[in-house]
Design a protein around this ligand. Sequence first.
Ligand code: ATP
Ligand code: MG
Length: 478
Amino acid sequence: MKIPKEINLILEKLEKSGHQAYIVGGCVRDFLREVNPNDWDVTTNAKPKEIKKIFPKSFYENKFGTVTVLTDSSDESLSEVEITTYRVEGRYIDKRHPDKVEFAENVEDDLARRDFTINAMAMNDEEIIDPFDGQKDLEKKLIRAVGYADDRFNEDALRMLRAVRFSCVLDFSIERKTYSAIEKNAKWIDAISKERIRDEFVKIIDCDKAADGVDLLQKLGLLKYIIPELEKGVGVSQNRHHIYDIYEHSIRSLRAAAEKEFSLEVRMAALLHDIGKPETKEGEGPDSTFYNHDIVGARFAEKILKRLKFSNKLIDKVVLLVKNHMFVSDPERLTEAGARRLIKRAGKENIPDLINLRISDRLGMGRPKARPYRLRKVEYLIDKVSQDPVSVGMLKISGDEVMNILGISPGPKVGAILDVLLSEVIEDPGKNKKRILKKRIKELDKENLSGLRKMAREKIREKKEEEDLKIKEKYWIK
Ligand code: ATP
Ligand code: MG
């Protein structure tokens, strides 16, 4: 591997103007591992004003003494290069990154403020500056704090999470003293902003070793400050269908989702799908039950993800997946009406992810196979019925027509009648004909509002109970 020419040009220009210049941090680490860095960072003793003068196509972000230089490269990792003046960090308050910077005279001082030895190297075409033996730790695959670990985590508690992130993204171990210092300081993670925690957590969940990462958070005592709800499943046994406790099943489901390279949303849902189980557990031993853990779990998942400041888009998706994760997927049991109800509940666009979640769930139970051919049958059935009515808009009669036929004005009764019609048509799409619906409307006219609502609801409840039974008898036992 070579330092790209755009970067070398920047280093040369700085040197020609009488300054020192190196690439630094994560890009040196990645360069030495021979993988392409996400971005190339440059460090120099030139002050921001001087850097700006040397690179007219640049802008200065005041806060941390960083000047961003625009290059002509079309490569995303090279089009913007951050040049940061050597600095030491000011005093730390509240275990958080300081917002004041002080410039330093030499590169070693700048490297000393960095988090881990493998991130605390600088290099150019002539030399590698490695005062903390980062190269040795790269070889030994070790995450080791620069200097005295206890102090470093006290300065900035986010570094503990970064240690876990680098450990699972790079597949490295955490060095013994660094590990103990994290155990000791774990509680300070509470002082860190949720946004910074979220960003590191996403990187953990998104990597191949996601499950090891979350498990490491648990072992280090960090998880209980990030997702205490998950910690509650530790040691909580399940029923005859499960060999793992709730926590371990969650971790194994995430492991499966990561191995299958499923999306962030599916991975998150795999980790959280049983989050409602500790609260809903009734009884002990092989006959214990977890009724409504899907509904309760969806509520918990929403609370957790909101707390961690995830986007509404991600939250909505994960909550939907958790809420619907108990869908009937046994092709012998799933009826066409059941498939239509599933589409109505979850939306056709979410079925592939629900199936991926089911695959993760099953693999996470220690079932040898995810039985994908059976799930494909479910997909086929969903496809087959996907043109069938699943919403009021797909009925062959409109609210206006209901009002005309009955001579009534807009009001809740119109909607209630449409709901009853829909619940009946989902059962039997053959009933979605104008003539049949008209006749039925006249019959339904005799019912009062609460009677109508009860009819629509009861249909659904009846089915829900039927499905619960199916799940209990068939799906979990087989
Ligand atoms: P990535 O591959 O995710 O970009 P990175 O190591 O480059 O990994 P960044 O967050 O981009 O991580 O930070 C760049 C460098 O800045 C790090 O390599 C490290 O030297 C330093 N650094 C970042 N965050 C901290 C921190 N909280 N404490 C100390 N040093 C840090
Ligand atoms: Mg970086």
